[in-house]
Design a protein around this ligand. Structure first.
Ligand code: ZN
Length: 659
């Protein structure tokens, strides 16, 4: 069954006002005649007659309960505030109430009697949530707050004052799903009070509600928890949003198929975090509350938000809305070099975006300098160009410069940092390095920051001849420490396209058949040539599984990147000693291509690419034999290159014509 519509499930009857697959998504028409869009608003009177053992909840407040004298009861509900059709709702069951009053707003939570203890426990932090949302977004617009538990297994629905909330989220009284009620409550500002005018701007509802989950975490659990959650989401978006949505998409301007996709929810939330980071808390929250007030019970567009929020900053936010929100892909910045000149420090910043070639402008961000004794100086700068030098009057001699040390903007970098004393091991999951050991040496403590850049490693200053450097990622290791500090770490490389955060979509463009030629490159600064890194060991496991790990025994300040590099080829040396003698026939071929080796092999990988260099067929052939047959019936007529790698890493490429 598709998500949305009207449900009669066991002892419950309820609706979900949105149809994920229906067009339009608005799904009021599933149960009443209406103009089903985001712009038409109405007030509602909902009368529900049920068997007298049941209770019916609808939008607004209860005006009358009528005993009809025939074992039926009629519940009359009134919704004074105008809402679009998708926010209208009823929920019917043998409900019991858990009642609260927060900031003078009546709160009614309902569930079956057997579930009320769980309900109470799971919603323990709801008052704090309501208080924070009112504080930052302005007063709640509706007459009450209501959640009804329903037997549903996938998400919740933010019907105004009458939220459909899944039973699984209160199971065992657990608080593990509490960001779900924060999300639905946040919709009472983002979605219910102001509503996206079109499905293309769904991020104004869902991106903001998803971001508000983090506002809730920040209020209840503190800033560290907020940062952790923001960074985790940021990494998931960078790594998988384009895979999960099937395309690299913007946040605004999304079509019907992805209205409720990852770019809208997760990247949307990530970008709201960025907007807050650029504007600063005072201006950002003032703009949020002002926007709610200005457009109360109206539909809005991204342009409306740009025009309104722009009034709260001394510089233009058009860069943010037109690029971060409306362009697919991610901004990415890195420090190229820092040069001292007459008491100033010239800091050179370069953009190498992920998945696009946009020149990001009006990017408000901090450059942070640290001295050897951990004094800190923040310089606010405004990025306008692909490459740009900022003159910073740092009052001390800096030993470490960081771009966006606080991760206030979500460019294509995930980071972890730690202050470390003595020796031990430290977890830095967002750095994508692991088994990090440290010995601070004589220092009281060291500051270690590892950045994982989800962007092309810049090769401007040189790579070893013949090396193909990763277009997907590289690392920067830096911080405050001296020569007597010792660090080591390990990183995972993977050419796999799996949903696993540890292995998925990291090096799939680089590692195509075998990791035999994979090397780790290093450079001390971003303005030096890359060289093969010292002090590392590659643990390949099988050479054909496209994954393994690299242990770095002496982790140094600087940058690390993966590359494919065959020293034999680079030096012009012959590869004949490892050439896999094979024939491919018939040529021209039709349905079946036979690969014949001079000797027998347990395993070989065959990859066929077209003349554009796209892989059209990749197959692992097993079984000890000297001939292997390949079904190529699906290939269109044309010229192809057949590459073969055998288990002893011999390889060769042949040109084949398919008819
Ligand atoms: Zn939502």
């Amino acid at each position: 069954p598709q998500w949305g519509g009207f449900y009669f499930t066991g002892e419950y009857a309820f609706n979900l006002g949105v149809g994920f697959a229906s067009d339009p998504h608005n799904f009021g028409r599933a149960w009443f005649p209406c103009f089903d869009n985001f712009t038409d608003r109405a007030i509602y009177y909902t009368n529900v007659t049920v068997d007298s053992s049941y209770k019916a909840y609808a939008n607004g407040y209860l005006t009358e309960t009528i005993d009809n004298g025939d074992q039926t009861t009629t519940f009359k509900w009134t919704m004074d505030e105008p809402i679009p059709t998708y926010l209208a709702s009823v929920a019917i069951a043998k409900y019991e109430e858990v009642v609260m009053n927060v900031n003078d707003i009546p709160v009614i939570l309902t569930s079956l009697a057997k579930d009320t203890a769980n309900l109470r426990s799971s919603f323990e932090n709801l008052p704090a949530c309501i208080e924070r949302f009112e504080q930052v977004y302005g007063a709640h617009s509706f007459d009450r707050i209501g959640f009804n538990c329903v037997p549903f297994n996938s998400g919740a629905m933010e019907h105004a004052t009458n939220i459909a909330y899944p039973l699984y989220a209160i199971a065992n009284g657990s608080k593990t799903s509490e960001t779900l009620y924060a999300h639905e409550l946040a919709h009472h500002w983002w979605g219910n009070t102001i509503t996206c005018r079109t499905q293309e701007d769904m991020w104004l509802n869902e991106g903001w509600a998803s971001y508000s989950e983090r506002i809730f975490l920040e209020a209840v659990y503190g800033r560290a928890r907020y940062n952790e959650d923001i960074e985790e989401n940021h990494r998931a978006v960078l790594q998988f949003a384009h895979v999960q949505d099937g395309a690299i998409l913007p946040v605004s301007g999304i079509g019907h198929a992805n209205t409720y996709g990852r770019h809208v929810y997760n990247k949307g939330a990530d970008m709201v975090h960025t907007l807050r980071g650029m504007m600063g808390d005072t201006a950002f929250f003032a703009a949020c509350a002002g926007f709610q007030q200005e457009f109360k019970f109206q539909d809005v567009s991204t342009e409306d938000m740009l025009r309104f929020f722009d009034e709260y900053t001394p510089y233009s936010l058009s860069g943010f809305f037109n690029q971060w929100i409306k362009e697919a892909g991610f901004a990415h910045f890195d420090i190229l070099w820092v040069l001292e000149q007459e008491g100033f420090y010239n800091v050179r910043i370069k953009q190498t975006p992920r998945f696009n070639e946009v020149k990001y402008q009006n990017v408000a961000v901090a450059l942070t300098a640290f001295s050897a004794s951990w004094e800190r100086y923040d310089a606010q700068v405004m990025i306008m160009n692909n490459e740009q030098t900022f003159k910073v009057a740092c009052p001390f001699e800096p030993v470490y410069w960081a771009f966006d040390f606080e991760d206030k903007i979500s460019d294509a970098v995930t980071t972890d940092w730690a202050s470390l004393s003595g020796s031990g091991e430290v977890e830095m999951p967002q750095s994508l390095m692991r088994k990090i050991t440290y010995d601070a040496g004589n220092a009281d403590s060291i500051l270690l920051r590892i950045e994982h850049h989800w962007a092309p490693a810049d090769g401007t200053f040189g790579v070893p001849t013949g090396a193909v450097i990763s277009r997907q990622r590289y690392w920067t290791v830096d911080g405050i420490w001296g020569d007597d500090t010792e660090l080591s770490s390990e990183l995972i490389y993977s050419g796999l396209t799996t949903p696993s955060p540890e292995y998925g979509y990291l090096d799939n463009e680089l590692i195509r058949i075998t990791e035999d030629s994979l090397v780790l490159l290093y450079r001390a600064t971003a303005s030096m040539p890359w060289q093969v890194a010292p002090d590392y060991i590659k643990n390949t496991g099988s050479l054909f599984d496209k994954r393994g790990s690299i242990a770095i025994s002496k982790l140094k300040k600087g940058q690390y990147a993966l590359a494919m590099y065959d020293a034999n080829l680079a030096s012009g040396g012959s590869i004949s000693t490892t050439k896999a003698e094979f024939r491919a026939y018939p040529n021209p071929a039709d349905d079946v291509l036979t690969i014949e080796f001079a000797d027998k092999h347990d395993c070989c990988v065959v990859e066929i690419t077209n003349v554009q260099g796209q892989v059209v067929l990749s197959e692992k052939l097993k079984g000890k034999s000297s001939t292997k047959k390949l079904n190529i019936a699906k290939l269109a007529a044309g010229t192809y290159f057949v590459g073969v790698v055998t288990d002893n890493l011999a390889y060769d490429i042949k040109r084949v014509v398919v008819e």
